[in-house]
Ligand binder design. Structure first.
Ligand SMILES: [Cu+2]
Length: 482
């Protein structure tokens, strides 16, 4: 099945479900009526050990997104989403988390290379009213990472209700390159989340059985928690740090003038060179940094569009050039970073991972199993390099649910950044030739990734980052041993 027919099939199924579950039409108000909210940078203090200390408080709240109906929400240090945590390579940091919710949670640092005990996966449970600290040394290239809950069974709901924030890493390269980097001015974080609004203008997390298979899709897109906002552009070049923070929606990003932009970074850092593109696709959890150039565009606004798996087209953000002359920006460098080839030093071991929705009763499995907190699925030797071949089993047209089993997945690995070696037997496209922690898989896809396990021993997760699938157990554990 080709990707296009797959998408059509998935879209048709979702469209039918939308009718059956009675989801109202998008209640989105007049487009681009509100300015883009920029998450504040989280302040830090320095403790006696010289660590930079950050404090996060997990709390409940409520917010009016549309109309005048309030949505019961969750947030970090606020009602919805969280502040941006900005750290620098080489720093020792300690993030202290206080959980004021009446339920347990965890805080996972998605994309970060750190000790297993600081990872914030399902084993680092923070009970209701409890606290947890994540100390680690920042030791990876500059990148746009993020943080969110990761407790077995409630990740999807807690993220959906608002628990997500950005973790930005800087280094010598990011601070010396001629790329826009004034946070909130020409360096803009965009946390994109599809949400299912009721007619009244609020949303809640109430998945049906089909939602667990197909993902909890929606009818509106929040950008940093706002519906179709705008931002006034004051510089010739603007860097957008895109994060698909949706539960299970794949987003295809384009500009409404049909023009191009340059992708400069993937999940785990800069690409080697800026890559000129007209569209990019982000599955849940993936990030991309792009630079939009206004120096050759006319003075009118340009809208960043996001098209969802179900074919809905959202106006994610209107970029509205200021009426005064734009501040000059330096041209993008032709070279951004050097990415060492992980496979070049030899491969110690190969493993296979088969993602399947073919289990009894439509169970979501990896290598035939669902997640068991008490089972270590793979044991990995520290200081080795491995190739993991991940494939997504197509559902075919037979079986209980027929073609409805053909759903996309992705594969996320904790604690490191990997490289994509092969996509269906071929060299990966240029946008996958950078550091990645999450790769999309369409039914039938076979992807080889190369991973280097170093610095930290302990238990880490690999899983599908479609949050409904993850909560249903499409996850496994690997333990790195000395
Ligand atoms: Cu999945």
């Amino acid at each position: 099945m080709t990707r296009t027919t797959l998408r059509t099939a998935v879209s048709a199924t979702i469209a039918v479900l939308v009718v059956f579950t009675g989801v109202a039409l998008s209640p989105v108000p007049a487009a681009h009526a509100s300015p883009l909210p920029i998450p504040p940078l989280l302040e830090s203090s320095t403790n006696a050990r010289g660590e930079r200390v950050f404090d996060l408080r997990v709390q409940s709240g409520s917010r009016t997104f549309s109309g005048n109906t309030r949505t019961e929400t969750l947030g970090y240090n606020g009602d919805y989403l969280g502040p941006t945590i900005r750290v620098r390579r080489g720093e020792d940091v300690r993030i202290r988390v206080r959980n004021t919710l009446p339920e347990p949670t965890t805080v996972h640092w998605h994309g970060a290379h750190l000790p297993a005990a600081s990872d914030g996966g399902p084993h680092q449970r923070i009970p209701a009213g409890g606290s947890w600290e994540a100390p680690f040394t920042v030791d990876q290239p500059a990148a746009t990472l993020w943080y969110h809950p990761h407790l077995m069974g409630t990740t999807a709901e807690q993220v959906y209700r608002g628990l997500a924030g950005l973790l930005i890493v800087d280094d010598d390269i990011s601070e010396s390159l001629a790329v826009p980097r004034e946070y909130g001015r020409d360096d803009i974080p965009l946390l994109l989340q599809e949400r299912r609004f009721s007619r009244g203008g609020s949303f809640e997390y109430r998945p049906s059985m089909p939602d667990l298979m197909h993902g909890y899709g929606g009818n509106a897109l929040l950008t940093n928690g706002a519906l179709e906002p705008y931002i006034v552009i004051r510089d010739e070049r603007v860097r957008l740090r895109l994060l698909n923070g949706s539960n299970s929606t794949v987003l295809r990003m384009t500009l409404d003038d049909g023009g191009s932009f340059h992708q400069i970074a993937t999940d785990g850092g800069f690409l080697e060179r800026p890559l000129e593109r007209r569209e990019l696709v982000l599955s849940p959890g993936e990030r991309a940094e792009i630079v939009v150039d206004f120096s050759f565009r006319d003075a009118g606004p340009v809208t960043l569009l996001a098209e969802s798996t179900s074919g809905r087209r959202y106006r994610a953000l209107e970029l509205r050039p200021a009426t005064t002359e734009l501040q000059k920006s330096r041209p993008l460098p032709t070279r951004l970073a050097t990415i060492p080839d992980l496979a070049s030093s030899g491969v110690d071991r190969r493993r296979q991972f088969v993602m399947s929705t073919m289990g009894r009763g439509g169970r979501l499995t990896i290598n035939g199993r669902t997640m068991d907190m008490n089972r270590i699925d793979e044991v990995v030797q520290l200081d080795t390099t491995e190739i993991w071949e991940v494939s997504s089993e197509g559902g075919g047209m037979g079986g209980m649910m027929g073609g409805m089993m053909d759903v996309p997945h992705n594969f996320h690995v904790h604690g490191l950044q990997f490289q994509v070696l092969r996509v269906n037997g071929r060299r990966p496209p240029p946008e996958l030739r950078g550091w990645k922690d999450t790769v999309p898989l369409w039914p039938g896809d076979r992807i080889q990734i190369v991973l280097r396990f170093e610095n930290y021993t302990g238990v880490f997760m690999y899983h599908c980052h479609f949050l409904e699938h993850e909560d249903e157990g499409m996850m496994g554990q690997f333990e790195v041993r000395r």
